[in-house]
Ligand binder design. Structure first.
Ligand code: ADP
Length: 452
């Protein structure tokens, strides 16, 4: 028997008992007035049974539905939604319809709330900014994926724990506690953690959000600051590189003005000096433009099929005279078999040219320079080896940086951009560049390119 049936039967028994009591009173009344006792009791029993049967027949279905409606209302009160009552054509049908509508509306409301929560969660987790919510006691009540990453916290282990335990930084904690306990809104930039990341923290108090007393967003400014530094260094380097030739030109022009113009041979010397400085500035500007073109992709690479052996031999020919003038031996060692790559001929000639020009510049007289190429697995390595001054170990990693000159006192007259250009050209070909060197013994620069 279902719970609805049991409830309905209880009501039937109670109503029947009431009828029986009334009938009993009627019999006692008849006995007092002097009737036949046996027939009275038979009539009483038959009447009672008839009443029970009639009551059950008429009331049972309605009582069963009423009990079901009560059970449904109780379920709603317990937040158990998704029920459905039959809506028969009787006096209980408006109640059943109302309960069904209430349940359907609550179902929809819960679904909407769940969807909004999922959307909010997705939004906060998609953000690269770390977001943390705390309660008035400073306990973490929410943190997004970026916060887990920034504060190196696994899973939800930080929820319900004090924020200070998670960040171990009093500046950040004070900010959030001030927002949660004193409703103070603030923004601060702090150097966070051992890696000293620059973090901009914005803490805001929240009203009417239950346990969420304050919310903080942490924006990592480290990369922005680094780029600002790079930009500052770049401007200062360019200004520095331009200042030297400009002051040379100015000094030569002043000397000419002050009378050197009258002496033809002296004037020729100064004009030669002006020309060399102008060439240096032109080279600087050209190299800067080339770097920016490769980096920005403004001038895309012009790919074609290239013979690596020919590239090696042609470069050696191009620099033969220059090497001879410097008293150096320049040799080309092309690969034994034919090796082809897909690359930008002009850019690769330029990269190899920069390496050979450096080798000539940094190798004393009677030295030897070798341009070679060989297959290494899936790649081809094009190498320029010299027997020159070499590069100190600690400087080797930095020579590919822009404007970096390993030994500024050496006065190579270069811009410090040549190797940066080589690196960018190699990378634009999905390759790389490396150096092996021993101070005083020479250097080997190697451009590695994928064979395709
Ligand atoms: P630069 O215009 O000064 O040559 P690069 O970017 O081409 O600029 O080179 C950066 C620095 O690396 C040079 O100033 C030099 O100190 C060092 N370097 C480059 N090539 C060689 C080499 N073959 N031998 C020794 N030092 C080198």
């Amino acid at each position: 028997m279902s719970a609805d049936d049991a409830g309905a039967w209880r009501v039937v028994v109670r109503v029947s008992a009431l009828y029986a009591a009334l009938a009993g009173i009627a019999i006692i009344f008849v006995r007092i007035s002097g009737g036949d006792a046996r027939w009275e009791w038979i009539a009483f029993a038959a009447g009672t049974l008839a009443i029970i049967a009639l009551t059950a027949l008429i009331a049972l279905p309605r009582l069963r539905r009423l009990a079901a409606a009560t059970a449904a209302a109780n379920a709603l009160a317990r937040a158990e939604f998704g029920l459905h009552l039959d809506v028969a054509a009787d006096e209980l049908s408006p109640l059943a319809a109302t309960l069904n509508a209430a349940s359907a509306n609550l179902d929809l409301l819960i679904l909407t709330l769940r969807q909004e929560r999922a959307q909010l969660e997705a939004l906060l987790n998609a953000s690269s900014d770390a977001t943390v919510a705390v309660d008035t006691a400073g306990l973490v009540v929410y943190l997004n994926d970026a916060a887990r990453h920034l504060f190196a916290t696994a899973g939800d282990s930080s929820v319900e724990r004090p924020f200070i335990e998670m960040v171990r930084d009093h500046d950040l904690n004070d900010l959030l506690v001030a927002a949660a306990q004193r409703a103070e809104r603030s923004v601060r930039v702090v150097a966070y953690g051992q890696a000293q990341r620059w973090i901009q923290a914005t803490a805001v108090p929240i009203e009417g959000a239950g346990a969420w007393a304050a919310l903080a967003v942490f924006h990592d400014l480290t990369e922005v600051r680094r780029l600002e530094g790079v930009r500052r260094d770049f401007i200062s380097n360019v200004s520095h590189e331009l200042r030297t030739p400009l002051s040379g030109i100015r000094a030569a022009a002043e000397t000419l003005q002050e009378g050197a113009l009258e002496d033809v041979s002296v004037a020729r010397d100064f004009l030669g000096h002006i020309q060399r400085e102008t060439d240096r500035m032109t080279q600087l500007v050209e190299e800067l433009l080339e770097l920016s073109r490769i980096e920005s992709g403004a001038a895309p690479l012009q790919f074609s099929q290239l013979d690596v052996g020919a590239l090696v031999v042609d470069t050696a020919k191009r620099f033969a005279q220059q090497a001879e003038r410097a008293g150096l031996t320049l040799a080309a060692v092309p690969p034994t078999e034919s090796v082809e790559i897909i690359g930008d001929a002009e850019r690769l000639e330029r990269a190899l040219g920069n390496l050979v020009a450096n080798a000539i510049k940094f190798t004393p007289e009677r030295g030897r320079i070798t341009i070679s190429a060989r297959v290494v697995g899936q790649d081809v390595a094009i190498e320029v080896a010299d027997t020159g001054v070499g590069i100190e170990t600690e400087q080797q990693a930095r020579v590919f940086e822009r404007f970096y000159k390993a030994d500024r006192g050496r006065g190579s007259g270069g811009t410090g951009l040549g190797l940066a250009i080589v690196k960018h050209i190699a990378q634009a070909h999905e390759g790389s560049v490396a150096v092996e060197s021993r101070s005083g013994r020479g250097s080997t620069f190697s451009i590695r390119l994928p064979r395709r």
